[in-house]
Design a protein around this ligand. Sequence first.
Ligand code: SF4
Length: 420
Amino acid sequence: MNVYDGQRIAAMLAAREMTETDDVSDADIIILNTCAVRAKATDKVFSALGRIRRAKKPDALFGIVGCVAREAGADAFRRIPELNFVLGPQSYHKLPALLENPDSKLLNIDLGGLEKFDEMPRMSVSPAVAYIPIQEGCNHCCTYCIVPYTRGREISRPYADVVRDCVHAAETGAIEICFLGQNVNGYQYTDDEGHAFRLSDLIRAAAPLPGVRRIRFTSSYPTEMTDDLIDMFRTEPKLLPFLNMPIQSGSPNVLTRMNRPYELNLYIDIIDKLRRARPDIQISSDFIVGFPGETDADFEQTMEIAKRIKYINSYSFKYSPRPHTAAAVMPDQIQETVKATRLAKLDAALNEIQREFNESCINREMDCLCEGPDKTGRHLVYRTPYMQQCIVAAAPHAPAIARIRITAANKASLRGEFVG
Ligand code: SF4
């Protein structure tokens, strides 16, 4: 979602004839697009702002947008008085008001619903991967999560608007469409004539568009994985065989305290259904270790589920208390040293599963999407259908989608060569 927001902000400034620079000391405006999901990310924002304050031109405008802006609000101006703007994740389309009046301070952390989608300019040329938000916010209220506070209650965009964005993306060069939402599979929209639409309808609408070769969506909540959506993995070959469906913990006790009220058996049943619908599907997850009250036995249940499902690519973190969340004030907070030990153990197991899967891909041929050259310029970076990074020797006129034979693998990435 932040990549999407960043692209839209860049398009908005490009429409005002501004160009990007990597050099902070040369910039006329500096925008930190921020994530508040973990405490460490928030801390990094304020240390980065301190560095920018010293490095920027005296008259350059600078500020923060996104979830840290919403979380910090006016307090951000107290911490960094030179800041020019603080705009929440649903307000960054207000930035032009500051450009018109650069001597003012701009604070807007309202939860404005869908207004930003209507007001932001479209990309004139879409990148190969078009991120298309379909809903924003979340109603699940997991007890550790700040998203319902920073992004608000769940709201789905009108079906016709999303389809219009897909058509525009396809017409302007998108090869992959990635539907986005904090709770993307909870998408539901009913139009004025009473027609109800779900994510499966959006996939069905996007798949036939000329030039679109791959479709994916992120991030999914287990109990919203309805049968119509699971069936899309059977019937729609453009839907990639890869799904991020976070479980967070393998302990029923911890899941209850997280306010993620699904049975483990239900989660496993959904995975089984997905694998019956698409035998080659692979799953990734997010994990939180050291949630308040997590015992050694709870943690071992997380280790068991990770090995049972064989998540090929996961994000695991130590629990960090976030403001405005119920878990932050729960008793039995876990010591940092215990969290660190558990995280290291889980990471080791997840890395091993990932390395095994990557190695199992050697000698397979896959259609991969080019992301561009690596830093050396001697290689091209492609993404497999499982979103693995695959490095290929650079070649003139390399296609955007290429058939690649995997020749080597390690935990982090694959190597490959063009077929034919
Ligand atoms: S489902 Fe995801 S976004 Fe929603 S509250 Fe839970 S962790 Fe946060």
